[in-house]
Design a protein around this ligand. Sequence first.
Ligand code: SAH
Length: 201
Amino acid sequence: MVKCQIEARGVKDPLVLKAMEKVPRHIFVPENMKEFAYEDGPLPIGYGQTISQPYIVAFMTEALEPKSTDKVLEVGTGSGYQAAVLAEIVKEVFTLEIVKPLYEKADVVLRELGYKNIHCRLSDGYSGWAEEAPFDKIIVTASADEVPQDLIDQLKDPGRMILPVGDFFQELVLVTKESGEVSRESVLPVRFVPLRHGKEK
Ligand code: SAH
């Protein structure tokens, strides 16, 4: 998976490649999907949601330029896989999920795998996690129409955020904050499930 799907497409950061090798993706997918866990695509995880394609997980992680000292916010815990990949590299991961059964499952799986630096919470990630802000890095794994202002406000200076933006046609947008300036750059066309807004379910 790492060589053919990820390195071959240009992901180079050794920390990211090592994390992708280490995290057991099959643990994060439903029982009936396990045989496809290392294939080159997204997979359903229930409740109309998906675990992203391995390459996209690696690409987004690398785009954040993750460091061992980073405090990271993730919006959209889903299976918990992306959070685990990040937690192999950074100091702490704070991850938010709006669908209760997904939150509960990911919390158990991550605890069973021994991740002590991942903190899960059930809430609408649109408004971020104010009590823990600011974050060195922010990753959103569901697509929004706009970059949520609360997330920009909760990003450290300097800081980096990556998220899919758009409706049917989406792009991964890299938002950087530096010396008080916020800039954005589209880096890859993608297809993510939409970010919901409102109460957790
Ligand atoms: N990072 C995940 C992929 C999750 S798919 C993984 O590695 O498996 C996107 C997730 O975002 C879904 O689980 C969905 O329920 C969640 N989501 C959608 N809107 C949200 C919101 N407003 N706040 C938090 N999570 C949200």
